[in-house]
Design a protein around this ligand. Structure first.
Ligand code: HEC
Length: 155
């Protein structure tokens, strides 16, 4: 019996480094500093982002980002801002009291940036069944530009 208890304890995943217990050792869980939050147009990043999106996000945002339980991600209207850093932060922290949960412990920072980059690549695609806009129009169209920050959206 005692042996059995020790055995079970050994299987409880313990995190020694403050990383999520589910993290694979080779993954880097260091958050990306704000200044380095630049969207990628590298096809391999967009492809990786698309695969994670289909897996974890399409359920609520639609396979093509057209929206469902969650907002349409293909128009330039955003509830939480349309910059790559806004998207990264929402994906990381989620939106309290909504079904948009935080992904910071299950999706690595690099993958969250790939997700944000993929989502921005959907801008203007107007897929079939696109949900009506929610939030504010983003002046730069949520474009996949790396450069300037958009001014706050005007009412
Ligand atoms: C269980 C449903 C659900 C899942 C799964 C989900 N979301 Fe969401 N998401 C939502 C809802 C609902 C909102 C709107 C929250 C609000 O009202 O502010 C949202 C908001 C967002 C926003 C902000 C949109 C805006 O207008 O500012 C982004 C970006 C986003 N989700 C990305 C993702 C990504 C990436 C994933 C997968 C890793 C994901 N979501 C998975 C439901 C979901």
């Amino acid at each position: 019996m005692i042996l059995c208890g020790i055995f079970i304890l050994n299987f409880i995943p313990l995190s020694k480094t403050g990383q999520p217990a589910s993290a694979k050792p080779e993954e880097d869980w260091t958050e990306i500093p704000p200044a380095q939050l630049v969207s990628s147009r590298d096809p391999s990043d967009l492809d990786a982002g698309m695969r994670i999106f289909q897996n974890k996000c399409a359920l609520c945002h639609g396979k093509l980002g057209e929206g469902g339980a969650g907002p349409n991600l293909t128009d330039n209207y955003w509830k939480h801002g349309g910059d790559v850093s806004n998207l990264y932060n929402v994906i990381t922290k989620g939106v309290a009291t909504t079904s948009m949960t935080p992904w910071e412990t299950s999706v690595t920072p690099k993958e969250r940036l790939q997700l944000a980059s993929f989502i921005l690549s959907l801008q203007g695609t107007n897929p079939q069944g696109a949900k009506e806009p929610e939030g504010e129009a983003w002046l730069t169209g949520g474009s996949n530009q790396d450069s300037e920050k958009s001014p706050a959206p005007m009412n």
